[in-house]
Design a protein around this ligand. Structure first.
Ligand code: 13P
Length: 248
């Protein structure tokens, strides 16, 4: 199981970031099944990732579509890779909400793989409707990124299903575990258009949206999910430790 801790902009102090890394190292040393990936801000990535030799891995929360050159304020894929990031979150709904389009996200996926980073592609509907049109939103988001990628690069993408309506709330507002099973099946079926049959069936899919210690086991059990993308519960040491321990 994979736990990606998306710190968003919750962590503003270097000491706090360092403590969360130290905790993650202790937790991952004890855990047999769970791999921890921390996604701090760019600034804290620069503090924590260089020289990291532990089992804990790093993700950036975003990357630029630009490469080396005159692009003030942008952080390129190569910069992230050189710092020690192995993964990068792309297409998070909080970035889509400020205008990031599918076209830009597709470009970011290309920049990620070109720099040896594993893209964690966030997809998710804003709301659900009785006629299940929301499924088409997911298909469109997947198509935009997978279609232009070279076949071998498609195999590197981790899909993070994050229904926007379930983000930043509490366990009771998260997706029901029976629904999660259906969504994982649906996403893998949609991916069979871009990946060879066998690869689509086992394509890595993780879930995000109000994952907390009280619902993580239920969500993991029987849903065939490969892991979780956790926001608020990943920046508080007590619930974060409980999440990792719950997965074993
Ligand atoms: P919460 O866990 O705070 O709902 O956030 C989910 C998320 O957006 C992770 O990327």
């Amino acid at each position: 199981m994979l736990i990606v801790a998306n710190w968003k902009s919750y962590v503003e102090k270097r000491d706090e970031a360092k403590k969360l890394l130290a905790l993650s190292k202790r937790l991952s040393a004890k855990s047999r099944r769970t791999k921890i990936v921390l996604a701090p801000s760019f600034a804290h990535l620069g503090v924590l990732a260089p020289g990291n030799r532990s089992k804990v891995k790093f993700a950036a929360q975003d990357l630029s579509t630009t490469t080396v050159g005159p692009a003030t304020g942008e952080v390129s894929g190569a910069t992230l890779r050189n710092l020690g990031a192995e993964y990068v979150i792309i297409g998070h709904s909080e970035r889509r909400a400020i205008g990031e389009t599918d076209t830009v996200i597709a470009e970011k996926a290309k920049r990620a793989v070109a720099n040896g980073l594993i893209p964690i592609l966030c997809i998710g509907e804003k709301e659900r409707d009785a006629d299940a049109h929301y499924l088409l939103t997911l298909k469109k988001q997947l198509h935009a990124v997978f279609e232009p990628l070279a076949p071998r690069d498609r195999l590197r993408v981790i899909v993070a299903y994050e229904p926007v309506w379930a983000i930043g709330k509490h366990a009771g507002d998260a997706l029901a575990s029976s629904d999660l099973r259906e969504m994982v099946l649906y996403i893998r079926k949609a991916l069979s258009e871009y990946l060879p049959g066998k690869s689509a069936k086992v394509a890595p899919v993780i879930y995000g949206g109000s994952v907390e210690p009280s619902n993580i086991r239920g969500l993991a059990g029987g849903s065939d999910i490969d892991g979780f993308l956790v926001g608020h519960a990943s920046v508080d040491p007590v619930p974060f430790a409980a999440l990792v321990k719950a997965l074993g």
